[in-house]
Design a protein around this ligand. Structure first.
Ligand SMILES: CC(C)(COP(=O)(O)OP(=O)(O)OC[C@H]1O[C@@H](n2cnc3c(N)ncnc32)[C@H](O)[C@@H]1OP(=O)(O)O)[C@@H](O)C(=O)NCCC(=O)NCCS
Length: 160
C-alpha cells in the first residue's frame, strides 16, 4: 500500500491516540505517553520528531524519534505504530526507512529501539530484525515480572 509521509499535526492528535490504543499492545499509561510526546513536539520540542503515514488525510501510522541526550549521533526510535487494519502492508517499513534517511541526512550514526520480550511483541521484533536491527541487550523483568526490555540497534554507517 502506498501512502504519503508528512509531519503529524495537531489535527491528528485524537486519531494518533486511537491508533496507538487500537493496536492492543500498549498499556493505557503508554498510550498517554505517546500523546504527550506529540504534544511536546507540537509545542516545538525538537527532541521528539514525528513522521506520519497518511491515506488521504487519514493518519494510518507514525514514527516518533529523537536525539538520545548526551550522545554523538545516536537517536532513539521512541515509537512506531501502524493502524491495526493496515499492518503488514509495508507502511511500517516506509516509516522506518524515512526515519533512517532523515537521520543519515543529519549525521545520525546509531538508532536505538527499546521493545518488550512479551509474546505479543514477537511480530514487532521480527519486523526490526528483518530491517537490519540487531538485538544487543536484554534487561530481565524491566517492564514487569517476566516482561523484559529488549534493545535493538542499527548502525546507520554500515547501511548507507
Ligand atoms: C510493528 C509495526 C510498526 C510494523 O509495521 P507494519 O506496517 O505492520 O510492517 P510492514 O508491513 O512494513 O512489514 C511487515 C513485517 O513486519 C512484521 N510484522 C509486525 N507486526 C505485524 C503485523 N501485525 N502484521 C503483519 N506483519 C507484521 C512481519 O514480520 C512482516 O514481515 P515480512 O515483511 O517479512 O512479511 C506494526 O505492525 C505495528 O504497529 N505493530 C503494533 C505496534 C508495535 O509493535 N510498535 C512497536 C513498539 S516497540
Amino acid at each position: 500500500m502506498s501512502c504519503s509521509l508528512r509531519p503529524v499535526g495537531r489535527a491528528h492528535r485524537a486519531r494518533l491516540e486511537t491508533l496507538v490504543r487500537d493496536t492492543g499492545l500498549f498499556r493505557e499509561a503508554e498510550v498517554r505517553t505517546a500523546v504527550e510526546l506529540l504534544d511536546e513536539a507540537l509545542d516545538g520540542d525538537d527532541d521528539y520528531r514525528f513522521v506520519g503515514a497518511f491515506d488521504g488525510n487519514e493518519l494510518v501510522g507514525y514514527a516518533c524519534y529523537g536525539p538520545t541526550p548526551d550522545t554523538l549521533g545516536t537517536f532513539d526510535l521512541y515509537w512506531i505504530a501502524v493502524d491495526r487494519q493496515r499492518q503488514g502492508s509495508g507502511i511500517g517499513t516506509e516509516l522506518v526507512t524515512a526515519v533512517e534517511q532523515a537521520l543519515s541526512a543529519v549525521g545520525g550514526r546509531l538508532i536505538v529501539v527499546e521493545t518488550s520480550s512479551r509474546a505479543e511483541y514477537d511480530p514487532t521484533r521480527r519486523f526490526y530484525e528483518a530491517r537490519g536491527y540487531e538485538r544487543t541487550a536484554t534487561i530481565p523483568g524491566y517492564y514487569a515480572p517476566g516482561d523484559d526490555l529488549v534493545i535493538y540497534i542499527k548502525d546507520l554507517t554500515r547501511w548507507t
